[in-house]
Write a protein that binds this ligand. Structure first.
Ligand code: SF4
Ligand code: SF4
Length: 76
């Protein structure tokens, strides 16, 4: 789980979660996250880094073939 900062005006705080039970480690989400929030480690697992850069675009969610990613938008 990662929590992004709310320091950018207009961008709400988000929480990205990977369901590791459903993730097949294909790496699509990491490859297409332009903000480099999702990264694929050498052992193929997906890590959530630079979480403060998440802009809530949902690209990762829309591309994940296994519905393993969820995004919560926090109320401010
Ligand atoms: S796209 Fe989905 S299944 Fe593929 S690595 Fe990312 S979370 Fe896992
Ligand atoms: S919502 Fe967008 S910026 Fe955030 S982790 Fe997914 S692809 Fe990256």
């Amino acid at each position: 789980m990662a929590v992004s900062s709310d320091c950018v005006p207009g961008i709400k705080e988000t929480v990205v979660t990977i369901n590791s039970s459903w993730c097949k480690k294909c790496g699509i989400c990491a490859a297409f996250c332009k903000k480099k929030v999702l990264v694929q480690h050498k052992n193929k697992t997906i890590g959530i880094e630079n979480s403060e850069n998440c802009v809530g675009c949902k690209t990762c969610i829309n591309l994940c073939p296994d519905y393993a990613i969820s995004l919560e938008v926090k109320e401010q």
